[in-house]
Design a protein around this ligand. Structure first.
Ligand code: FMN
Length: 170
């Protein structure tokens, strides 16, 4: 009988830079997760927004444990604002890289702040938070949502982009 190879004591680690590059090949939209904390509106830029379920209506955002938002978002209502291609300045602002003269178009809305000009927004009640390694996976239950005109902002290979050419039509 062939003996099975000895189990390594630790999992083999992949190179973090390579892992980041591979993750980055997967193009996404760019969203700002906005919420109230201590009576003030806050936001954090994320590319990790993912649809999860239609019934119940659930979405997911993954936040770095080291971010301030990760602590503040526990049990908080929040809104996912899907940014338009004209809102790169907001994406940078809420990623900790504020530019000069950026005007934040806050619109108050039923317990969570919202950003005017987003191509879609989804207002969520906290549903569950799961361990995700060095991130926390926040599931929100969508209580209200709307979509508007404009093209979404995209992020791929570490760069912001506009949508390119259409490959198929439904
Ligand atoms: C395009 C883009 C996407 C990002 N996506 C995420 C994400 O999904 N999760 C995350 O934790 N941070 C993400 N970040 C980084 C945060 O936006 C950044 O660390 C922010 O400053 C955290 O703010 P806070 O400490 O006030 O919460 C992203 C940054 C950029 C520019």
């Amino acid at each position: 009988m062939q003996s099975s190879p000895a189990q390594p004591a630790f999992r083999e680690c992949v190179d973090p830079a390579l892992l980041r590059a591979c993750f980055g090949r997967f193009g996404t939209g760019v969203s700002v997760v906005s919420y109230f904390y201590d009576g003030a509106a806050h936001g954090v830029t994320v590319s990790s927004f993912t649809s999860v379920s239609l019934n119940p209506s659930l979405l997911l955002v993954s936040l770095d444990r080291r971010s301030r938002s990760c602590q503040k978002l526990r049990n908080a209502h929040f809104t996912v604002n899907v940014l338009s291609a004209d809102q790169m300045d907001l994406a940078l602002h809420f990623a900790g890289r504020p530019g000069p003269g950026v005007d934040i178009p806050w619109a108050d809305q039923e317990g969570t702040p919202r950003l005017e000009g987003a191509v879609a927004w989804l207002r969520c009640a906290p549903f569950h938070a799961y361990d995700g390694g060095d991130h926390v996976l926040f599931l929100g239950e969508v209580m209200a949502c709307a979509t508007g005109p404009g093209e979404p902002l995209l992020f791929q290979d570490g760069e912001f982009r506009r949508p390119g050419s259409l490959l198929s039509r439904n």
